[in-house]
Each structure stands twice: as C-alpha cells, then as structure tokens.
Design a protein around this ligand. Structure first.
Ligand SMILES: C[S@@+](CC[C@H](N)C(=O)[O-])C[C@H]1O[C@@H](n2cnc3c(N)ncnc32)[C@H](O)[C@@H]1O
Length: 464
C-alpha cells in the first residue's frame, strides 16, 4: 500500500479530504462578479491565509469561518480539501505557477498569491475540472478590490497550469513544500537524501489506521473492514470515508490511531492490576490502550477543554480510567506507580502528513522552549515511579532536541534511570527503527511499501 495522492485521500480523524466536483460551474458573467457556488472556495482561501500567517490551524480556520455553518457537509469537506492541498503542496504548486508568471506577485499581494495557489491545488492535486476551476478562481480574484487587478493574470496563468503545469509540479523538490527552516533542519539532521524521502512521504495524504481493541481477532476485523493487518498490530484502510460510519465504531471494537502512535503504549507493556499514568493524555488514544490492558489507569491532561473526547472515547470503548485535568509537573499519585507513559507536547513535525498545517504554526525557536517543558515533564514523570517502575517517553517530533538529545540529557542527570532497550522482536518489520541505544525513531518514509507512518521518538526507561 502506497501513500495516495490527495485526490484519493482521507484524514485519520473524522474529517476527510475528498475529491469533489462542483455541482454547477460558476457562470462566466460580465460586470459584477457572480459569487454563487464560491462559498467553499472563499472559505478555503481565507483559511490558507490564516495558516500561512500563523494565525490559526487549518481545521480551526475553516470551522470558525463566519460562512462555515451555511455550507452543506459536502461543501465543508470541499473547502478543507482545497486548503489542505494548497498547504500540503505549497512548494510544488508554486513551482508550477512560477513557470507561467513573468515575475512573482508582489509581497503585498498575499491574497492574490493564495488565489493562484488554491486554484493550482484544485487543478494539480484534486484534479478537478479545469474550466470550472479557472472560472471560479478568476471570479474570486475579481470579487475583492485588493486582488481584482490580478484577475486577467489569474485567468491566463491557471489555464496554462491546467494545460502544461504537471511537469513542473511532479518534478518539484518535495522539501520545497516545507518552511525553509524545517527543510534545512531535516537535511542537517538526517542528510539530504533521507530528508527528501521524508518530505516526499508526507506529500500524499496517509491511509487511515485503527487500533483494534485487545481480545478482538484483529485479522478477522481487518478482513471485515476491507483493510490490512500491519505487522505491529494496527489495521490500515485506504479510502475509508468517515470512520464513524465504519463497522465496529459504535461498538468500540477499534479506535483511530496512527500505527506509529500505537507503539509507545505497546512498548510500555501495561499489565492487569498495574497502576499506570498517561500524563499528557488527551484525546486519549494511548489511554485506551493502557485501560484495555486491565491496568488501573490515570489519564492526566492540563487542558480541561481537551478532556471531553477522552471521556467519550472511554465510554464508546466501554473502558474505565481516572480522568483528571492537572498539570503533570504538579500532579502526584497517591502511591508510587508501576509505569508512566509521557507523550509530551512537542513540535509535532512527525505528523505533517496527517496535519500539513503544523509546519506553519511553529517557528524554529519553539523547539527549544518545548524541549524545556519536556525536560520538566520527564523529571516529574520519573519521580512518580516505584523502584523498578517503567517510563515510556515519546514525542511525535522528528527533531532530536525533543527525542534523542532529550533522553541523553535526562539519563545524564538521573543516576537511577537506565534505558531499557527495545528488542527487534517487539517491532516486527520495523526493526530498523530501533537505534543503537535501543530507543525507537520512526520516520514518515519508513514502511514505504505499506503506506508510511508518522514520525515518533520513543524511549523506554527503568527506575533502578
Ligand atoms: C501529544 S498530545 C497528547 C496525545 C495523547 N497522548 C493521545 O495519544 O491521544 C499532548 C498533550 O499534552 C498536554 N499537556 C501539555 N502540557 C501539559 C502538562 N504540563 N501537563 C499535562 N498535560 C499537558 C496537552 O494539553 C496535550 O493534550
């Protein structure tokens, strides 16, 4: 299974990026622009502006748009598909546009540039009908006095992109889709070749991964769902549609969780009767794994507003946990714990294939401040353990400061801590993800033939 192109893709959550054909092409009227049927595109355009200016994450920008609630569900999905494609493939789309632009639009013309980007995204990523696409984006360019002067240019450029833009788009360097600071970082950390493979792997929208509830026949469930059972136990589906409509959702037979995100709790190895804390728990994917083992589970998260999904997930899957809103650096258990899972807040650069906007919501300086938070959380988590207790630390980041460097510094300052190396048999067909210390580093370009996986760092530590 390979990563799919955007036109066939879906997100891991309940929202999907789906192919879309406008019901009716926007009319080619003269004079006052006709903005009928432009609602989803206008929302996508505003959302792209919010993402690139760092004002809001993509889903929030779309859902909080004043016109969002007026759209049918199908049109909301269309708005998201356009905006996500424009954000995900920014560099490649700009490369295709540049071929037909004598010079770039001025720096002051952000909105005009975003019109071209969204139009090109529809043409080259979503493969929508060129005539309707060009008409709609030219009309939108014309509809705003700040961009109207570029309407003629948009018409000419988007037409040419639809006819001859494919080569430049397909040939573009995938690293150009990322903010410059992140592309440079990945190249420095992993080398140009691997960094490019990582960027390429996040260019397509990933499949949907599910974690089956323990005790369920995962092979049979995979067959029932038309999916594939992955070597580490997750089930992978392509073109799954809305997960809440899939068989077994309501009965709690599985939950949505990237195959890499399912590894930390598996490597923790929770056992019935153990007392285990999941310290940064919301929305609760790893809490469910721990609770399903029969361990007494404490799900702690600082963000109270992120806790309702934890409760809803536990209820749907019919599992129990003590759920509490608390800062994990302040929270203390009644008695020392058998194990702690710390899925620390991070830059989330490992999840770009699922959330392409994440790269634009962060700056390089954020990594150092997040690393400080992670360091405090690590110390607090370790203090909660009884002697012999286990700590699994993980982040969905590809940055060493939030992974390898973080754990090296922790082991250096904590005499009673030792790394418990992950054994090859614990990660079937993913043995290459185990580093020389016995920690785990997954990357989006791994498991290429199976459809890739998110980037995670995972270390298992024992208290001496
Ligand atoms: C990566 S997410 C956790 C995802 C979750 N473990 C899962 O698998 O569904 C990080 C979480 O850390 C929480 N968080 C950040 N700082 C925290 C702190 N000091 N104490 C507790 N939770 C914190 C955030 O609210 C966020 O929900």
């Amino acid at each position: 299974m390979r990563p799919r192109s955007e036109k066939h893709q879906g997100r891991p959550d309940t929202k999907r990026e789906e192919p879309f054909r406008p019901r009716k092409p926007a009319p080619q009227g003269q004079g006052k622009p006709d903005t009928r049927n432009l609602g989803p595109r206008a929302i996508a355009l505003d959302a792209v502006g919010e993402v690139f200016s760092g004002k809001a994450p993509l889903d929030h920008a779309i859902a909080s748009h004043p016109d969002h609630n007026r759209l049918e569900v199908r049109d909301r999905a269309f708005a998201r598909a356009i905006a996500a494609a424009a954000v995900r493939r920014k560099g490649a789309l700009e490369a295709a546009l540049a071929v037909f632009l004598d010079k770039p639009l001025p720096q002051t013309a952000d909105r005009g540039r975003h019109v071209l980007l969204c139009g090109a995204a529809e043409l080259l990523v979503l493969d929508n009908a060129p005539h309707a696409v060009v008409d709609a984006w030219v009309t939108l360019m014309n509809a705003d006095e700040k961009t109207a002067r570029f309407a003629g240019l948009a018409n000419a450029v988007l037409r040419r992109v639809s006819e001859r833009g494919r080569g430049a788009f397909d040939g573009a360097d995938p690293l150009a889709d990322l903010p410059d600071w992140l592309a440079a970082r990945w190249a420095k950390t992993y080398g140009e070749k691997t960094a490019r493979a990582m960027a390429r792997a996040r260019a397509g929208v990933p499949p949907l991964d599910l974690t089956p509830r323990p005790g369920i026949d995962a092979g049979k469930l995979a067959g029932d769902l038309g999916g594939e059972l992955l070597p580490t136990g997750s089930i992978r589906l392509e073109d799954a549609g809305d997960p809440t409509l899939l068989p077994g959702f309501a009965e709690g037979r599985w939950w949505v969780q990237d195959a890499a995100a399912a590894l930390p709790a598996r490597l923790l190895g929770p056992k019935p009767g153990e007392r285990i804390a999941d310290l940064c728990a919301a929305p609760g994917g790893k809490t469910l794994q721990i609770a399903a083992s029969g361990a007494e589970t404490f799900a702690i998260d600082r963000a109270k507003k992120r806790l309702p999904p934890v409760h809803e997930n536990l209820e749907r899957v019919a599992l129990n946990a003590h759920v509490e809103a608390a800062d994990a650096t302040q929270w203390t258990p009644d008695a020392p714990l058998d194990a702690v899972l710390l899925d620390a807040p991070c830059s989330a650069t490992g999840t770009l294939r699922r959330r392409p906007d994440v790269a634009w919501a962060k700056e390089e300086a954020d990594i150092a401040s997040l690393a400080e938070v992670q360091s405090r959380l690590l110390d607090a988590a370790f203090a909660m353990l009884k002697p012999g207790g286990r700590l699994v630390y993980c982040t969905c980041s590809l940055e060493p400061e939030e992974g390898e460097d973080q754990i090296a510094a922790f082991l250096e300052r904590t005499g009673s801590a030792r790394l418990d190396p992950v054994k090859p048999g614990e990660l079937p067909e993913l043995e290459t993800a185990i580093d020389s210390q016995g920690a785990v580093r997954t990357r989006p370009d791994m498991w290429a033939s199976l459809g890739g996986l998110d980037g995670f760092y995972i270390a298992r530590i024992v208290k001496g």
